[in-house]
Design a protein around this ligand. Sequence first.
Ligand SMILES: [Zn+2]
Length: 281
Amino acid sequence: MTGPVEYDVPGFGRVPVVERPCPACGDGVSARSERADTPPEWPLVRCGGCGFVYLSRGPDYCALYTTMAWERTTHVEEHNRAELRPYSYKFSKMTRWRMGLLPRTRPVDQIIRHARPGNIIDLGCGDGGPLNRLPDAYIPHGIEISTESARQAQKNFAARGGEAVNDSVLAGLGRFPENYFNAAVLRSYLEHELQPRAVLKALLPRLSPGGVALVKVPNYGSINRRVMGRRWCGFRFPDHLNYFTPARLRSMAEECGYRVEFGLTGRLPTSDNMHAVLTRP
Ligand SMILES: [Zn+2]
């Protein structure tokens, strides 16, 4: 990636932005446009080398602490989405109904099912609230780039013996020792990450052998994405930088050294999201 350049971003003012090569294979020259109807300031492209779909431009990490913190981008996105709503509202309600039929995938249930008690880390932990229900045998940690959310998470986690770090995930992971975590939670996180491959690589040695990374990410291979086109709920510009299909998630994780399992319901084409368990062998 080259150094950041400042752009005027509607709703946010001047924002430092970086050009991105393919986050899966590093190819920086062969990308071509994936859709003609996406915002011109955030080009959605498909890598000519490996086929991965991604935004070829994204806000630099330093913009995410405050200016484009998740709390603010969500607010602007809801405003933008209102214009698309007359057509998509009904489908979005149907999607929620469908999700009710799937097995429970709340983070705490998933951790208890897949991870041994001990240290747990949530990447992009927000205010840490979802981990409050963890049994005491699990010690919650997190990394969160939004300064305001990280402060709240630190309150929640410190009370239980853990810690929240206010940094990019890549830099924050470097502060923890190897073989430290029995599980990492990557829920609605990898799609936001400038460098998803580098993060998966950095996480692996910090998991204990047999430790797991629990991933939830929008499924670019879903039927709904094809039906809805530009109105698909997984499109968020520039919040969502990476557009994984099950095959692309598998290949990136396997190349980083993980064993990958989706289970019976983890990659249904009828769901807008997919769930994978990545295990350190
Ligand atoms: Zn590529």
